[in-house]
Design a protein around this ligand. Sequence first.
Ligand code: F6P
Length: 319
Amino acid sequence: MKRIGVLTSGGDAPGMNAAIRAVVRTAVYNKVEVYGIKRGFSGLLEEDIEPLNVYSVADIIHRGGTILRSSRSEYFKTDAGQKKAIQVLEEFNIDSLIVIGGDGSFKGARALSNKGVNTISLPGTIDNDIGCTDYSIGFDTALNTALDAIGKIRDTTSSHNRVNVVEVMGRDCGEIALFAGLAGGAESILVPERDYDLDAISDKLLRGKDRGKLHSIIVLAEGVGNFEDFCKKIEEKTGVSTRGTNLGYIQRGGSPTAFDRILASRMGYMAVNLLLDGKTNRVIGIRDNKYLDMDTNEALEIKKEFDMEAYRIADVLSI
Ligand code: F6P
């Protein structure tokens, strides 16, 4: 192997820095040079690249965001963009690339792999929407951020005898909503993977109110719709004072949890070792508590399975 490049791409996620640190330190330990590519594939095309060493990644394991920064590049998706990327990698003598991001980033890595670059991809997204892994880097932190906010919202919701609709991130995937809702004791959880029944949700709220319940929390994934519209619907149907909160980008930031730091450290370490073993076009994941790697084509074919059991449990427990 000549030289490793590392980049973060797509929406950032807490723990990406811990992954970069693990990649750099494992490479240095093995006497392999490593270069940081800034702003994802856009930075690659613009030659925004610099060498990294043990000191470049000091004091970052606990930091949110990504020191390499991130972007989404439309031009990179074209054949011309990918040819240009290959040219730049050759200029910098980089023959191996570690990509940290979501499935869009995996597709980018696969395209470069098909053009001869050794690539390893790590799942990094708060959405946890990647089928080949039970957990992606950043999900646990985002989940805990959402849970902390739900706890605070619950306090004021009880004081005022209200309903509060909490919108969390997740355009196509309800993982944050499902697990923040389950852990936060939400009365209803709305996810893009399942249709919802407004009458049933309203009846449940009114039943709870009749029993003397002081508050109701509804967790809504952004892919289902806007929280303000949903608040209006609930208030109209039930007559109960309803407020809403969009947690927004606070879910993407913050210091990573221990879980995310460990996941990122192990995956970053594994990525370099796979390259040292001559592997390419692989995605790393964790399934049933075991770390694994698989072919990128295979990984991209796997659809995230919706955890119906967790969804049912949350429903039963919020009777
Ligand atoms: O990181 C994933 C995600 O947060 C989605 O849940 C959300 O829809 C999207 O990214 C928004 O990202 P941006 O505004 O940066 O495009």
